[in-house]
Design a protein around this ligand. Structure first.
Ligand code: CU
Length: 310
């Protein structure tokens, strides 16, 4: 069953990649997403590989609600992220890909049978009417912002010329505080109309979770995502932060060109800020990537990036 699910997920990602190819006029990107309960483990292997400190499940496991991608009609679950593109399952939510000029149609269902809280999806960086805002304003909001257990809502968004890049989405319902602390967030990834798609796309979400600092909901090397690429590939890092803290994205042995034309190897990112970084890979080896706020790194915000020769 697990193998079947993997194949279905891979096929879906193949289709998504093909759909992301440039077309003459804007395409409709239709996604099916649900809020689902899960029991999440931030440290599946129970240890910090760098210091040797061990953690038991009483410290690392908690019940929560997350976004999960589905096939049409919420029939079958899919992986949220591409293979080796980040933590594939549950946290963060589905990587919602499009190109400028496209329209998103995102069908959302609240399946939070554990807490039966209201939920929603609120998107940054795109154009929409108030009925697709997903943010709860007492006395003003409609069904978009307060989707009750068992109910659905369809969000309609447009990726404008000014939407190129990566953007957060997150729960903005009355239960948003609990939801965001529990991992209910994800990213939109929007390419330019005729822009080359990257060969590898990595999803990095910095967020505090209880006593730990996590990347894609995991803490410490061996638990956080292992990103992989080959020399010669165009790699793209989609980075964002959620919660209440600032983080410093850093990858060892690599540099990129900032918008002002200067080379960099760090970039700060605050709550709900996001950016993407690209380079043509030329440095084989196993490298660290991490938040360079030292305390955050020691509380789990660090992982490895593996580059093989072509
Ligand atoms: Cu940090």
């Amino acid at each position: 069953m697990r193998r079947l699910a993997t194949i279905v997920a891979i096929c879906a990602w193949g289709a998504a990649a093909a759909a992301a190819a440039p077309v003459a006029s804007g395409a409709v990107r239709e996604y099916w997403v649900a809020a689902v309960p899960t029991t999440w483990n931030m440290i599946p292997n129970g240890r910090d590989a760098i210091t040797g400190t061990t953690y038991d499940t009483a410290q690392s496991v908690f019940p929560t609600v997350v976004y999960r991608r589905y096939t049409r009609g919420w029939k079958h679950p899919l992986f949220n992220n591409p293979t080796q593109g980040g933590n594939q399952d549950l946290i963060p939510g589905p990587l919602l890909q499009a190109r400028t000029g496209d329209r998103y149609v995102i069908h959302f269902k609240n399946r939070d049978s554990a807490f039966r809280r209201p939920h929603s999806m609120h998107f940054h960086g795109v154009h929409y009417k108030p009925s697709s805002d997903g943010a709860y304003v007492p006395g003003f909001s409609g069904g978009d912002a307060d989707v009750k257990y068992g109910k659905t809502w369809t969000y309609r968004l447009t990726a404008g010329r000014d939407s190129r890049g990566v953007w957060p989405y997150h729960d903005h319902s009355p239960s948003m505080d609990d939801s965001i602390a529990g991992g209910m967030y994800g990213m939109l990834s929007i390419l330019g109309r005729h822009e080359a798609a990257p060969d590898r796309e990595f999803v990095v979400v910095f967020a505090e979770m209880g006593a730990f600092q996590t990347i894609d909901g995991r803490a410490f090397v061996g638990n956080t995502p292992v990103f992989t690429s080959k020399v010669g590939q165009l790699v793209q890092w989609d980075v964002m932060a959620m919660g209440s803290e600032h983080h410093t994205f850093h990858v060892h042995g690599h540099r990129w060109i900032a918008p002002d034309g200067t080379p960099r190897d760090t970039q700060t990112v605050g709550p709900a800020e996001s950016f993407r970084i690209r380079w043509r890979e030329e440095d084989p080896g196993t490298w660290l990537y991490h938040c360079h706020v030292e305390q955050h790194m020691m509380q789990g915000m660090i992982g490895t990036y593996h580059v093989t020769r072509a």
